[in-house]
Design a protein around this ligand. Structure first.
Ligand code: NAD
Length: 476
């Protein structure tokens, strides 16, 4: 049993000022695997005070010092690969291979990338008779979701450290353990006390306390739009900077010259990846009307080949993270059927033979109209929709007909058409023909998908203030 009942404040594991505990479950077995403390506003305030105290010294550290620190963190992180991989599978239900190749690796890459960006980051710039100086913003409040426990914590922490900001993290209460393991890594790497603080708890208590705290200078939030909007409202009270990474309903536009099997496989990979619990998942597959029959056949075949089950075994999809998430996904599948879409494969209920665990059937809907609820709302499960188009202009219109703008995908051969689609989708990240991840490229959304950017140098910028000194000429 992982009963980790302390918060990490000022370099010490510290008892909570409250007595409430939150149970953490393994979603594959539905068993309670441990408890964490539900932090209080007082706990959060203590952590903010520790971060504020550490700020003057940490903000003055040199670039070289912080590059070394990030490199040591990456080294220590790598030493704990097996433990991190195991814990992510346990708390999130991610299949072992995914925990290692995606979750663990993304966290590692963010620390390495931040060190790399920092080596040549421009903090001081000469412009006419002025000098522009970028300075650490102060204390950062970081709030992260459950779907990528090491990716989302690491990108925020690495950027804040690179900038010279101190911080308080509140990880998702349903997947807290991978985040808590970071403490051991930071201690081994020599992160000074007070620079990194962690307070566990609910969004309602600790999350709201972060976004409302007068001594936090930026709140960087990743999660649902509803909570993101609340964060922004609270932050406005004391004019706090906000960075928001929210949801998506990303389009995958298939060109008429695309290889049907390859394009369908890319679409199916998006259903399988993290059991569809991915904010950038391509959940609207926009295909040429004349390709419909062939595409449906390829999608059905590839989806039905997916192996769902025990994440510690050789499966491609584990369970959804929690019962609440399972219920939500079931509700959307039912809604899709009620609104007249056709289930090509999958549907409601659990996959055959899986009685316990929050497992869902990989589901593909066809005959979908972009106005349907399943094409407009984020489902956050292994469910996708097929929508047809007659002209490329229509495909782009459908792609953009959503409140979201996090990601977009395009598959095909004609270079001109690929670029036309890529440049006309209003979203923060477009992937052409399944291109692999680039940790130096910014990540974030247009429209309701968020404000600001993470990853690489753009991520570091979020944790900096910009000062113009007129009448000063200087080089760094
Ligand atoms: P959530 O918003 O309920 O929770 C995310 C985090 O916010 C948790 O730590 C939670 O405790 C906290 N929280 C909840 N209410 C809060 C409040 N009022 N104030 C401050 N913090 C609060 O979201 P979730 O259900 O955990 O995550 C799923 C959602 O997050 C999906 O909509 C998904 O698209 C989105 N998401 C977006 C990205 C991205 O990078 N754009 C990444 C992952 C998840």
């Amino acid at each position: 049993m992982r009963d980790y009942l302390h918060h990490y404040i000022n370099g010490q594991w510290t008892a909570s000022t409250g007595s409430e505990k939150l149970a953490v479950k393994n979603p594959a077995t539905e068993e309670v695997i441990g408890h964490i403390s539900a932090g209080t506003e007082e706990d959060l305030d203590k952590a903010v005070r520790a971060a504020r105290k550490a700020f003057p010294r940490f903000s003055q550290t040199t670039r070289e010092y912080r590059v070394d620190l990030l490199e040591r963190i990456a080294e220590e992180y790598a030493k704990r690969k097996d433990d991190l991989t195991k814990v992510i599978t346990e708390e999130l239900g991610a299949p072992r291979a995914l925990s290692e190749k995606v979750h663990y690796t993304m966290g590692y890459n963010h620390f390495k990338q931040a060190a790399e960006e920092l080596r040549h980051f421009t903090f001081v710039e000469k412009r006419a008779a002025s000098t522009i100086v970028k300075e650490p913003i102060g204390v950062s409040g970081l709030i992260t979701p459950w779907n990528f426990p090491t990716n989302q914590t690491s990108t925020k922490i690495a950027s804040a450290l690179a900038a010279g900001s101190t911080m308080v993290l509140k990880p998702a209460e349903i997947t807290p353990y991978a985040a808590m393991m970071l403490v051991d890594i930071f201690e081994a790497a020599g992160v000074p006390e007070g620079v990194f603080n962690l307070v566990n708890g609910t969004g309602e208590t600790v999350g709201n306390a972060i976004s409302s705290h007068p001594d936090i200078d930026i709140v960087s939030y990743t999660g649902s739009g509803t909570a993101g909007s609340q964060v922004m409202k609270n932050a406005s009270e004391n004019i706090k900077k906000v960075a928001l990474e929210l949801g998506g309903k990303s389009p995958l536009v298939v060109l008429d010259d695309a290889d049907v099997t390859e394009a369908a496989q890319i679409a199916v990979n998006n259903i399988a990846n993290n059991t569809g619990q991915v904010c950038t998942a391509a959940t609207r597959v926009i295909i040429p009307a004349k390709m419909k029959a062939a595409f449906e056949e390829a999608m059905k075949k590839a989806t039905e080949e997916l192996k769902v089950g025990d994440p510690t075994a050789d499966n491609q999809l584990g369970p959804l993270v929690a019962e609440k998430q399972w219920d939500t996904v079931q509700g959307y599948i039912q809604k899709g059927m009620d609104e007249g879409a056709t289930v090509l494969t999958g549907g409601t209920g659990k996959p055959e033979g899986l009685k316990s665990g929050y497992f869902a059937k990989p589901t593909v809907f066809t005959d979908v109209d972009n106005d349907m609820t399943i094409a407009q709302e984020e489902i956050f499960g292994p469910v996708t929709t097929l929508i047809t188009y007659d002209s490329l202009e229509e495909a782009i219109d459908i792609a953009n007909d959503t409140i979201y703008g996090l990601a977009g995908y395009v598959v095909g051969k004609d270079e001109e058409k690929l670029q036309k689609v890529a440049l006309n989708i209003r979203a923060g990240r477009i992937v052409i023909n399944g291109a692999s991840a680039d940790f130096s490229a910014p990540f974030g959304g247009y429209k309701h998908s968020g404000i600001g950017r993470e990853w690489g140098d753009f991520g570091i910028e979020e944790y900096l203030e910009v000062k113009s000194v007129l009448g000063m000429s200087s080089d760094e």
